[in-house]
Design a protein around this ligand. Structure first.
Ligand SMILES: *Cc1c(COP(=O)(O)O)cnc(C)c1O
Length: 392
């Protein structure tokens, strides 16, 4: 079955009894009974599949986990209360029986970097940051630091850099270090990191997967080596996604392929249009043939799909001018998220990269005239018209 069909069917119709609901309902029960005590005993022991207690399993959540496991080609999946709890558990699982050192991309989601610095570091987990798009630097850091885990993103925010994930996975395999990939921006429709050799993939389902701006959630999908550890952590600590959010996420995934196709197609047009606009200084888009990582993009992404994210700089704009531009937008939503059906825009210097000093931001190439958009599924004419009236 093709991935577009799997998004629609996988996980549903798991046969809970003599009738089969076509779509998985919301199960709110905290615990479950079986006719025989022997069967419950086997379920507790994981010898037989089935729910026993909500922290361990929930049929609605399990259906979502099953579709995500399949879409990412994993051995197992756990849906978590947020993208951050998925990343937290991924790092915990990778480091549990390994050296307490992390090699992290220097362009991670802000809260991921904060988590490594403010939570893991005081606990004795040392993090080294490296440019994941500089393969030589990455390999040198991998050899020098001998980390217990490596973490990167498929597409990095806000300049939309794309590390050579296939090469990075190969280096990690050689060094026997688990590679964790945050695949939130790319989705399994663009890249499936486990197929390239990564060990653990995580997502904020809040973004493209749920896709409608009404869910906070995350998911971890892993290879067979790490799944038992991840499941034990999840069952013990319990940062799992609730049944309502699991249901909404699964409902979202059924239209993921359609939404993403439109978002990708719209993004190509927005990037081209911005590139020719006299008020725009520079466009950052993975579909740009001049993109710094074009070789990796050509290898990793399917043809003509580059995600729905576009960043750009406005000529001679400072913070007040960017604020006025954003306030002039009528349809495009000024919101700090991405991947939703509606087009959104954010100002990295104020939102995602607020905690960095202006100097640090400049060093990363995040200038004060940069904005980042997540393109939605609206008619392209309306997106371009709104941008045009706000830019002029
Ligand atoms: C949003 C996001 C997260 C955090 O996810 P939450 O669901 O907000 O906890 C992590 N990584 C990336 C790339 C994100 O965009």
């Amino acid at each position: 079955m093709k991935i577009e069909s799997k998004t629609v069917h996988w996980g549903d119709r798991q046969k809970p009894g003599s009738y089969i609901p076509v779509t998985t309902p919301i199960y709110t029960a905290a615990s479950y009974v079986y006719d025989s005590m022997d069967q419950l005993d086997r379920v507790f022991d994981l010898q037989e599949q089935g729910p026993s207690y909500a922290r361990y399993d929930n049929p609605t959540r399990n259906a979502l986990e099953e579709v995500m496991r399949e879409l990412e080609s994993g051995a197992g999946a756990i849906a978590c209360a947020s993208g951050m709890s998925a990343i937290h558990m991924s790092v915990l699982a990778a480091l549990l029986d390994r050296p307490k050192r992390v090699l992290a991309a220097n362009m991670m989601y802000g809260a991921t970097t904060s988590m490594l610095m403010k939570i893991f570091d005081p606990m004795g987990v040392e993090t080294t940051q490296v440019d994941p798009c500089d393969l030589a630097a990455f390999e040198a850091a991998l050899i020098a630091t001998k980390p217990g885990a490596v973490i990167t993103e498929t597409i990095a925010n806000p300049l939309l850099r794309v590390p050579a994930l296939d090469k990075i996975a190969e280096l990690c395999r050689k060094a026997e270090v688990p590679l964790i990939v945050d695949n939130t921006f790319a989705t399994p429709l663009l890249v499936r990191p486990l197929e390239l050799g990564a060990s653990i993939v995580c997502h904020s389902v809040t973004k493209y997967l749920a896709g409608h701006g009404d869910v906070l959630g995350g998911v971890i999908i892993s290879d067979a080596t790490h799944f038992d550890t991840i499941r034990t952590l999840s069952r013990t600590i319990g940062p799992v996604l609730g049944p309502f959010e699991s249901y909404l996420t699964m409902r979202g995934i059924k239209t993921l392929a359609l939404r993403y196709e439109r978002q990708c197609a719209n993004a190509i047009q927005v990037a081209q249009w911005l590139g020719q606009h006299p008020r725009v200084a520079r466009v950052y888009f993975p579909g740009d043939p001049q993109h710094a990582d074009s070789a990796a993009i050509a290898r990793l992404f399917p043809k003509n799909k580059f995600s729905g994210l576009v960043a750009f700089e406005i000529k001679d704009a400072d913070k007040p001018k960017i604020f006025r531009f954003m306030e002039r937008l009528k349809m495009i939503v000024r919101a700090t998220s991405l991947g939703d059906v509606h087009t959104m825009i954010l100002y990295p210097a104020m939102a995602s990269h607020r905690d960095l000093s202006p100097k640090h931001r400049e060093r990363l190439g995040i200038h004060e005239n940069l904005v980042r958009m997540s393109i939605g599924i609206e008619a392209i004419e309306d997106i371009l018209a709104d941008l045009d009236q706000a830019l002029n």
